[in-house]
Design a protein around this ligand. Structure first.
Ligand code: AMP
Ligand code: FE
Ligand code: FE
Ligand code: ZN
Length: 282
């Protein structure tokens, strides 16, 4: 049955499938429209749009930007943005530079723990300028230090783990503003990541004032009560409802394009309000 998927990563950031491979998987899953939302980079969009045209899949230009709110990492998705806008590209370049400042510090910590790894190896595996912790996790997997990406995060890379180093991040309001300035619709990604059970409504109300346009209500790991809670929050605040799998390939092996862990089905009808909001700048 037809569905959409508005949250997908490719080899241009920390995914392990090329944009064309993501489109091929989407076609198999009967996905009719999708958004490529790589972290801090838009280089996958031309290939994705070309493959989408050939497959009859509507490809929406997207981005995912990380921000920090208190102790939480808050990720903001941006849809239908002017992805060639020079100011946007300059901001994204700045975020990638912050990655290149942090990543070698993680490598230093790993080396101090006796692990044989260099940043050169990580950059070679990544093959893109948007280098993230999942790339480090993959090198650790390839070298046999860990059995899975989850183990790499749990033991070394997650907040509080042995080799964690925080990244300089914008505030959620800044991330929202940068997407709005490029005429994109900013959407709160995976709200379940935000600390504090009842903090979501307050956070979304605050972020709406800063220009937030929607909430990612449907997500691979959301339980039915979470989906219901976020849907209620979106409706009460007049925010758009979106959804996506957050497909990454090998670093999240249980999550597939379009279907997530098997239960995900983002309704096609959510696309038109998002498109209309982008067209009218609301
Ligand atoms: P970074 O952008 O380099 O700070 O790395 C964060 C990224 O790592 C997220 O966007 C996810 O793709 C991924 N990630 C975070 N936690 C985990 C985890 N426990 N297992 C696998 N991937 C994760
Ligand atoms: Fe990621
Ligand atoms: Fe995210
Ligand atoms: Zn993501």
């Amino acid at each position: 049955m037809a569905r959409i998927d508005l949250h997908l990563h490719t080899t241009c950031s920390d995914g392990s499938c090329t944009p064309a491979e993501v489109i091929a998987r989407a076609q198999k899953a009967n996905v009719t429209a999708l958004a490529i939302t790589d972290h801090d980079i838009v280089t996958g969009l031309p290939e994705a749009m070309e493959a989408g045209r050939n497959a009859g899949i509507d490809v929406i230009p997207g981005i995912e930007v990380s921000s920090r709110h208190g102790t939480s990492e808050v990720h903001i998705l941006g849809y239908y943005l002017d992805w060639r806008d020079p100011t946007l590209l300059a901001h994204l370049d700045g975020y990638r530079q912050a990655r290149h400042r942090r990543n070698p510090l993680i490598i230093e910590k790993l080396r101090a723990l006796g692990i044989d790894i260099t940043y050169e190896e990580v950059k070679t595996l990544a093959g893109t300028d948007a280098v993230g912790r999942p790339h480090i996790a993959r090198v650790l997997m390839d070298k046999g230090y860990v059995g899975s990406s989850k183990e790499a995060f749990d033991r070394y890379l997650a907040d509080g783990a042995a080799a964690h180093v925080p990244r300089e991040l914008p505030s959620p309001a800044e991330a929202i503003q940068i997407i709005r300035a490029a005429h994109g619709i900013p959407v709160l990604a995976h709200p379940s990541w935000v600390d504090g059970k009842d903090g979501i409504y307050a956070l979304c109300a605050q972020l709406k004032d800063a220009g937030l346009g929607g909430i990612e209500v449907h997500y691979s790991t959301h339980k039915p009560d979470q989906t219901a809670q976020y849907l209620d929050t979106a409706q009460r605040l007049g925010l758009l409802v979106t959804g996506g799998s957050d497909f990454h390939g090998v670093t999240k092996p249980d999550i597939e394009v379009g279907t997530g862990r098997g239960q995900l089905k983002v309704p096609e009808k959510l696309l038109e309000p998002l498109r209309a909001a982008a067209a009218t700048g609301r």
